[in-house]
Design a protein around this ligand. Structure first.
Ligand code: PXL
Length: 276
């Protein structure tokens, strides 16, 4: 039987991130994928100007109520970009309604990158996101989001000990597993590091660094990671799958990077996921 996941994030109609990346990736991994679009934007907010933004917060409780009536069960719930504090609160309620004993919740606390918050986000939003992270089984912040979740300054210079310390602090938000993405110790490698507080175990996965960060790599990583975890992989296996898929997708973008500056050419690599 197919495992069923629901992912809650925006549709950026053009730009290859959030739902337009998550849906094909999760489907390629063999998961039945339901979606709750949290907002509709004409493009994502990274690098485009003049984008439209229709907030769909109001629709979420009604969708949720209908699904409760249908008695739907989800093996996984995966959240990405959420557009407002109110929306984060409503998603928290959604977790309470649909989390059963065997449901795995993955929260990607999408708020910023490279030390800057994305357009429209505030420190108050980060406060609400901390609470949502506390309800998750797995969280997947990048270093910018780590600084926002832990109220510490953003830094690009750190070592393994620092990352391990951050990971432990992140699990004290209430989620048993924390994964930091985009980790680079300056040794030419780039990857992700995880801490599972249930067994006090660290794991990591690294690949040679590619000097190019197209938009949407975080969403590609989180989607592949969520799919893997919900299919029952160990944290180590999920890290390996997500890191390899992300790196291959970035490599696939390189020949045409001027043309595809707005997103990663992950489509060329979906075969890696269907074969698993
Ligand atoms: O890739 C994260 C993301 C998702 N959705 C929207 C965004 C961004 C990042 O900028 O703007 C709308």
């Amino acid at each position: 039987m197919l495992k069923r996941i629901v992912t809650l994030q925006d549709i950026s109609c053009f730009g290859k991130c959030s739902l337009t990346a998550a849906l094909p990736i999760l489907s390629a991994m063999g998961l039945e994928t339901a979606v709750i679009p949290t907002a509709v934007l004409s493009t994502h907010t990274g690098g485009f100007t003049g984008y439209t933004f229709r907030d769909l917060t109001e629709d979420i409780p009604a969708i949720s109520k209908h699904w409760e009536d249908l008695n739907l069960h989800f093996d996984g719930i995966y959240t990405g970009y959420l557009g407002s504090i109110e929306q984060v609160k409503i998603v928290t309620d959604f977790f309470d309604k649909f989390k059963s004993e065997d449901t795995v919740i993955v929260v990607d606390p999408v708020m910023g990158d490279a030390g800057k918050m994305y357009a429209g986000f505030t420190p108050e939003f980060a406060g609400e996101m901390k609470k949502l992270c506390g309800k998750a089984d797995v969280i997947v912040p990048n270093m910018t989001e780590v600084s926002l979740l832990l109220d510490i300054p953003y830094t690009e210079k750190y070592d393994e000990e620092y990352i391990k310390d951050m990971l432990k602090q992140l699990t004290s938000l209430g989620c048993p597993v924390a994964i930091i993405t985009g980790v680079c110790y300056g040794d030419g490698m780039h990857g992700a590091v995880a801490y599972d507080s249930r067994c006090d175990k660290f794991s990591s996965s690294f690949q040679p660094h590619i000097d190019c960060t197209p938009h949407g790599t975080g969403d590609i990583f989180s989607s592949a990671l969520s799919g893997s975890i919900i299919k029952g992989s160990t944290v180590q296996q999920a890290l390996d799958t997500a890191v390899k898929f992300t790196v291959k997708s970035i490599e696939a973008t390189l020949p045409d990077i001027d043309k595809y500056w707005y997103g990663v050419s992950f489509e060329k690599c979906l075969g890696m996921l269907t074969e698993q």
